[in-house]
Write a protein that binds this ligand. Structure first.
Ligand code: SER
Length: 316
């Protein structure tokens, strides 16, 4: 039987690139992209408007398209969620609940991204283990932990094949992230290429985990393709590729743009979020259970981001 995939939040930072790779792997006709908003310019081949809170519409699409796997990416990120906590609960939890219920009654597997935001100030900060104290203090984190638990519940109670990873900040150059705490690590490359200068909203010595988009896509696909027999965990696998601070990132950018300058205008909301998250994750479970291994470190990612953005700027 063909794997027939539905993506929610398919026009977002991760969805826009993951959907292209899924189409390459599983065939264009087997990937249905959905999002709450209309695409600005190029409409993906198979696209439908969907608010994941609308369970009836979601069910219609799943049945009409004979969907077997759902990548549920629709969610508010951490800074927006702090600004609009009631919306964050409704979107992040309401959407996930609909997806899990429909997966249960239609035999779909489900990928759900969790996040470093699922950890909190009492979590061990360095080499944060897979299974540890979480207790996040942000609404984003509350929805992420609740989502991890709900996905586990649907697996052990109903046998739904739920899987997922805890993503660190994702760095990419196709679609910008919107309203996250780790957005600075993306913005800095755009600013480096255009202005040779960036004003960062986090303090220079704030360490957070990051991953480059090709590795994030690999993680999202590989965990769903992994042999179920090997999985001791199912949801919320820690994955990481690198940990760095804005100062470190600026130093690597200077290898390619020597006059690059960074200064700081700290946003207290996002700084508080970052301070409550780990400095570095330990991703041993993902490595052992489904052979997770990232390809990009900070140097390779910096080289690739700057080359890609400079070429794009050159083409005007
Ligand atoms: N990148 C996310 C954010 O900053 C964390 O998962 O909100």
């Amino acid at each position: 039987m063909d794997t027939r995939i539905l993506i929610t939040g398919g026009l977002g930072q991760l969805g826009s690139e993951l959907s292209e790779e899924l189409q390459r792997r599983y065939g264009d006709s087997n990937v249905m992209v959905t999002d709450i908003r209309q695409p600005a310019e190029s409409v993906p081949d198979r696209f439908q408007i969907l608010d994941a809170r609308d369970g009836e519409r979601l069910l219609e699409i799943v049945q009409a398209e004979r969907i077997t796997r759902i990548y549920h990416l629709a969610a508010l990120l951490s800074a927006v969620a702090e600004d609009r906590p009631q919306d964050a609960w409704s979107i992040n939890m309401g959407g996930l609940f609909n997806v899990l219920e429909i997966a249960r009654s239609n035999g779909c597997s489900v990928f759900t991204p969790s996040s470093i935001g699922a950890f909190g100030p009492q979590t061990p900060k360095d080499f944060t283990p897979q299974d540890t104290l979480q207790r996040p203090t942000s609404m984003y984190g509350v929805t992420k932990v609740a989502g991890e638990l709900l996905c586990d519940y649907y697996h052990h109670r109903y046998g739904v094949d739920t899987r997922g990873v805890r993503f660190p900040g994702i760095v990419s150059n196709a679609t910008p992230p919107g309203g996250g705490t780790t957005d600075y690590a993306v913005d800095i490359y755009y600013a480096a290429v255009t202005d040779h200068h960036y004003t960062c909203f986090l303090q220079g010595n704030t360490y957070l985990d990051m991953i480059y988009m090709p590795d994030a896509i690999k993680a999202a696909i590989d965990v769903m393709e992994a042999d179920a027999e090997r999985l001791r965990h199912r949801n919320a696998f820690n994955v990481t590729a690198m940990s760095f601070s804005p100062e470190d990132q600026a130093a690597y950018i200077r290898r390619y743009i020597p006059d690059f300058e960074i200064d700081y205008d700290v946003d207290p909301v996002r700084q508080a979020l970052a301070n409550s998250w780990p400095n570095t994750l330990e991703d041993y479970a993902a490595r052992v259970e489904w052979d997770w291994s990232p390809d990009y470190d900070l140097d390779l990612m910096t080289a690739d981001m700057l080359r890609t953005l400079s070429e794009r700027q050159g083409r005007g």
